[in-house]
Design a protein around this ligand. Structure first.
Ligand code: BG6
Length: 454
């Protein structure tokens, strides 16, 4: 029987689990990020680590057939390597079993923005070639432990975000404003680690499928001038294809590499690395899609951008009305989802899966304790319509996951930025009772999943 289309919701470990130092878990980069003066930190997050039985019930009632979550590397291997944490493994085993008992397929990301702190102290994390081997050992362990039940795997979430965010990768070299060759070398190791994980998955997990996860940027040209059109093409290359080509084609795009060489930013690539890049290929491409962007040829010196990106002007003013919401300089663009999917399918000849799509707001419950998040519903409806159209057109799209199941720790804004279909009763400064309140969007998705009607 053909695999069903995966209708799901998406999360990541550090954004929902909490229990950052409980039951033997080691600290990770996201637990020790500087600059957090409130309780919106990973010690509690959405408290999923303690409340997952209740949350799985909510998933079941929602009617999704799949749930995306990530494994915390330092919950499984507190020091990144060596001794395994039995409690951490038991937690993931129970969660996986409970999902399967409820007919929900676990879709597991090996790594979502967190790295064991010990590995930062030991050798600067992803900046060292040693991270490739240590990540491979961790991935091998994960496939061995869970691969009998988990058949859909994702490698490393959004390598470009990971490379540029010192809070995630733990490196002081990774300042996005002044990236150096270290950033690009780091990305190179991340991509090698991802490749090795793909090979291990195929070797270890019977019928296992694995794919990379990128934040795909659909880029429009600011005008029909050829310079702007060229800039938009370069932007897509620099933001997405550069990374995905390694995963799916086994090499960096030629012009990206020569550009990096020109800027003295190119990573060192050994012959062995070239072989590793060709040693395994993904079964699908997963992409996180929130909005499209517009780019043009730079009219003035783009000094604020990292050198690699300076050939493109991303700062085109698109006007308030075209922004998705107050956080986004980008615009909600459901049609861009279709364009993204088709671009990826055409370039890589692989099925695609939307692993994140969602809408952030600040809504708190009203006087009746309800959350009428109409704008989120509109956003989701329009994007789901696009998925349905893609299916009708026989574009090989295999899943769609809403970011996010629960209100969770936003990468940058803690709990003041809420993406959840389910409200979590806490704020950045007050750790209330963490009660779950399904929002109108939860009931809307539930209705869609049970009737197919939008
Ligand atoms: C995606 C990440 O890029 O964007 C998620 O995979 C993240 O982890 C989401 O939460 C939204 O970004 P933010 O910074 O608003 O939480």
């Amino acid at each position: 029987m053909a695999n069903p289309f995966l209708w799901g919701v998406s999360t990541s470990a550090f954004q929902i689990e909490g229990a950052a130092t409980e039951d033997g878990k080691g600290l990770s980069t996201v637990d020790v990020r500087p600059g957090k003066g409130n309780i919106a930190d990973t010690s509690v997050a959405a408290d999923f680590y303690h409340r997952w039985p209740e949350d799985v019930k909510l998933l079941k009632e929602l009617g999704v057939n799949s749930f995306r979550f990530s494994l915390s590397w330092s919950r499984i291997l507190p020091n990144g390597t060596g001794v395994v944490n039995k409690d951490g493994i038991q937690y993931y085993n129970r969660l996986i079993d409970q999902l399967l008992r409820n007919g929900i397929r676990p879709v597991v990301t090996l790594n979502h923005f967190d790295m064991p702190e010990t590995l930062i102290k030991r050798y600067n994390g992803w900046l060292s070639r040693q991270s490739v081997d240590d990540f491979s050992a961790y991935a091998k362990l994960a496939f061995t432990l869970f691969g009998d039940r988990v058949k859909t795997w994702l490698t490393i979430n959004e390598p470009l975000m990971l490379m540029f965010n010192p809070g995630y990768n733990g490196s002081h070299y990774a300042d996005p404003d002044t990236p150096s060759v270290h950033n690009y070398q780091m990305l190179h190791y991340i991509l090698l680690a991802e490749k090795k994980a793909m090979k291990l998955c195929h070797d270890i997990v019977p019928e296992g499928k694995i794919g990379p996860v990128t934040a795909f940027q659909n880029v429009y040209a600011a005008s029909k001038n050829s310079e702007d059109i060229q800039a938009a093409r370069i932007a897509e290359e620099q933001l997405s294809y550069w990374i995905l080509d390694v995963a799916a084609k086994g090499h960096y795009p030629e012009d990206t590499l020569s550009r990096l060489q020109l800027l003295k930013l190119a990573p060192t690539v050994t012959n062995e690395d070239t072989e590793i890049f060709q040693s395994s290929f993904p079964d699908f491409i997963a992409f996180n899609y929130y909005a499209s962007i517009t780019a043009g040829a730079p009219k003035k010196q783009n000094g604020f951008l990292p050198p690699f990106f300076r050939s493109v002007d991303f700062s085109i003013d698109m006007g308030e009305e075209r922004k998705t919401n107050k956080w986004s300089a980008m615009r909600a663009d459901p049609a861009g989802l279709a364009m993204s999917a088709k671009k990826l399918v055409n370039r890589y000849h692989l099925p695609v899966m939307v692993t994140e799509n969602g809408y952030a707001d600040t809504m708190m419950p009203d006087d009746n304790g309800e959350i009428h998040d109409c704008e989120r519903i509109t956003f989701l409806r329009e994007h789901i319509k696009v998925c349905q159209r893609l299916l009708d057109e026989h574009v090989p799209i295999t899943g769609y996951f809403i970011w996010s199941f629960l209100d969770s720790l936003s990468g940058r804004e803690g709990f003041s930025k809420r993406y959840g279909l389910v409200f979590v009763n806490r704020t950045d400064t007050e750790l209330r009772d963490l009660r779950r309140i399904p929002k109108d969007s939860y009931y809307w998705y539930q209705h869609f999943l049970s009737t197919g009607g939008l």
